[in-house]
Ligand binder design. Structure first.
Ligand code: GDP
Ligand code: IMO
Ligand code: MG
Length: 432
C-alpha cells in the first residue's frame, strides 16, 4: 500500500542513494521520477575487504537490491547511451538489471541538447548556471515547448524522423547562426536514436499503470528524487537550479502516482551543507574550515568530479524543505564528518540588510544578500562510525541531533555515520 517519497533537503548530494538503498529489501519498487544523468548517487555495499562502491547516474538506487523493481518514470530525461553504458557496467559486476522498466512517456536527451547545454553555458560566461553539461535543461525546455522526443517515438522511424526534423529546424538555426557551431543532420540523429530502439523495447511500459497495480496489490514503492529542494525549478534558488521538480510534488507528476497515495515523505539532509555549480549559498565557508569539510566528507561530485562548495548546516533551508515537501522523517547524513571539530555552528536565521529572517526570504535578491546568524554547539572527538543506536553516540553528538530536530520541526529518524549500508544509527522505522 505505501508510496514513500524520498527527496533531498538541500542542494543535492545529501546521500539519497544510500538512504534509498537502506530501505532495501522491504521495498518492491524504486522509481526515479525527475532529472537524468545529472544525478550521481554513490552507494557502498558490503563490509571490510568486501566493500563495493557503485556510482549510479540514471538508474534508480533500487537496482542494487535483488527483488526490487527499478522504474524510470515519465518525469525523467534519458540519455540512452548513458543508460545502456550504466546497465552494461552493472551487469559486468554481476548486478541483475533485467527487471528495469522504463516509461514510454519519458523524454530522451538528443545529442543536439548536450551540445546546446554546453554552448549556452559558455555563452553565459559569468552568468552561467554551472550545469552538468548533460543536456538536461534544453531537454526539459523542449518538453515544455512540445518539441521533445519521447521514448515511445523511437519505435516508429517516420514519427521519429518527423520529430527530430521539427526540433532541428529551429535548433540548427540557433547552433549555426548564434553559436557559430555546426548543425546536426536529421537523418544521422534519427539513426542514432533509432539504434537504441530494439534493446529498449522490452523495458518500455505504461509505468503509471504498473505502479498503480503494485499499490493495489499492497506493494511498497519508493519514489526517489534526483537533485534536491533548493535545486527545484519552482521552489529552488532560481535561476541557479536544475530544470525539473525535485520536490515531493514532482514525485506525483513524474510517476503518475496520485498525491492521495503518498503515505510518507522522507527528506535526506546532510549534517552540514554542500553545493555544486553557481548560485547563492549563505553558509558557504571559503576558508580552511570549508577545505576541512571537503576533505573529511570527500566532497567531490559523483557526476562531474567538481569540488563541492561546503558550509555549515543551514536550519532555515532545512525548515523550508520540510514546508515545501511535507516531510514526515528526516534522515541526517554524514554526522561522522563533523567528528573532531571543536565547535559546530548552525545557521538559525539570516540577517538581510539589518532585518532578521527566520524563514527563507521571499526574493532571490534578498537571499543572495542573506548573512547567516549562527548558534554554536560543542563538538566531539570520539569515533562515531560504529554507533548503531542513539545511546552509542557521545553526548555532544546527541545534543547536536536534538537541536537540529527542534529547528527543522520534524523527527530525525536515522543518522548516517559512514558511507556503508550498515553505518547508520536507526531511531524510528522509516517504513512501518
Ligand atoms: P546523493 O546524490 O544524494 O545520492 O548523494 P551522493 O552519493 O552524490 O553523495 C553522498 C556521498 O556521501 C556518497 O559518497 C556517499 O557514499 C557518502 N555518504 C552517504 N551517507 C554518508 C554518511 O553518513 N557518512 C559518510 N562519511 N559518507 C556518507
Ligand atoms: P544528485 O541527484 C548536486 C546542479 C548543477 C548545477 C544545476 C543545474 O546527485 O543530488 P543541470 O545539469 O541539472 O542543468 O545543472 O544543478 N545539479 C546537482 N548538484 N547534485 C545533483 O544531483 C545535481 N544535479 C544537478 O551542478 O548547479
Ligand atoms: Mg549526488
Amino acid at each position: 500500500m505505501p508510496a514513500v517519497v524520498l527527496v533531498g533537503a538541500q542542494w543535492g548530494d545529501e546521500g539519497k542513494g544510500k538512504a534509498t538503498d537502506l530501505l532495501g529489501s522491504r521495498v518492491d519498487a524504486v522509481v526515479k521520477f525527475n532529472g537524468g544523468n545529472n544525478a550521481g548517487h554513490t552507494i557502498v555495499i558490503g563490509e571490510g575487504d568486501h566493500r563495493e562502491k557503485y556510482a549510479l547516474h540514471l538508474l534508480p538506487s533500487g537496482i542494487l537490491t535483488p527483488g526490487c523493481a527499478p522504474v524510470i518514470g515519465n518525469g525523467v530525461v534519458i540519455d540512452l547511451g548513458v543508460l545502456f553504458e550504466e546497465i552494461d557496467g552493472l551487469e559486468a559486476r554481476g548486478v541483475d538489471t533485467s527487471g528495469l522498466v522504463v516509461s514510454g512517456s519519458a523524454h530522451v536527451i538528443p545529442p543536439y541538447n548536450r551540445t546546446l547545454d554546453k554552448v549556452t553555458e559558455r555563452f553565459l560566461g559569468n552568468s552561467r548556471i554551472g550545469t552538468t553539461g548533460r543536456g538536461i535543461g534544453p531537454t526539459y525546455a523542449d518538453k515544455m515547448s512540445r518539441v521533445g522526443i519521447r521514448v515511445q517515438d523511437l519505435f516508429d522511424r517516420d514519427v521519429l524522423h518527423l520529430k527530430v526534423s521539427g526540433a532541428l529546424a529551429l535548433k540548427n538555426q540557433i547552433l549555426v547562426k548564434i553559436y557559430n557551431r555546426k548543425g546536426f543532420d536529421v537523418d544521422a540523429v534519427t539513426d542514432e536514436l533509432a539504434s537504441y530502439a530494439e534493446r529498449l523495447a522490452p523495458m518500455v511500459a505504461d509505468t503509471a499503470l504498473l505502479l498503480e497495480q503494485m499499490l493495489d496489490d499492497g506493494k511498497t514503492i519508493v519514489l526517489e528524487a534526483g537533485q534536491a529542494t533548493l535545486l527545484d525549478v519552482d521552489h529552488g534558488t532560481y535561476p541557479f537550479v536544475t530544470s525539473s521538480n525535485a520536490t515531493a510534488g514532482g514525485a506525483c507528476t513524474g510517476s503518475g502516482i496520485p498525491p492521495t497515495r503518498i503515505t510518507r515523505v522522507i527528506a535526506v539532509v546532510k549534517a552540514y551543507t554542500t553545493r555544486v555549480g553557481e548560485g547563492p549559498f549563505p553558509t558557504e565557508l571559503l576558508d580552511a574550515k570549508g577545505e576541512l569539510l571537503r576533505d573529511a566528507g570527500a566532497e567531490f561530485g559523483t557526476t562531474t568530479g567538481r569540488p563541492r562548495r561546503c558550509g555549515w548546516f543551514d536550519a532555515v533551508i532545512a525548515r523550508y524543505a520540510n514546508r515545501v515537501n511535507g516531510v514526515t522523517d528526516f534522515v541526517l547524513t554524514k554526522l561522522d564528518v563533523l567528528t573532531g571539530m571543536d565547535e559546530v555552528p548552525v545557521c538559525v536565521a539570516y540577517d538581510v540588510g539589518g532585518v532578521r529572517h527566520d524563514e527563507l526570504p521571499m526574493t532571490q535578491a534578498e537571499f543572495a544578500r542573506a548573512v547567516p546568524i549562527y548558534e554554536t554547539f560543542p563538538g566531539w572527538d570520539e569515533d562515531i562510525s560504529k554507533a548503531r543506536t542513539l545511546d552509542d553516540l557521545p553526548r555532544n553528538a546527541r545534543d547536536y541531533i536534538a537541536a537540529l530536530e527542534e529547528m527543522i520541526k520534524a523527527p530525525i529518524s536515522a543518522v548516517g555515520v559512514g558511507p556503508g549500508r550498515d553505518e547508520t544509527v536507526a531511531i524510528h522505522d522509516l517504513l512501518d
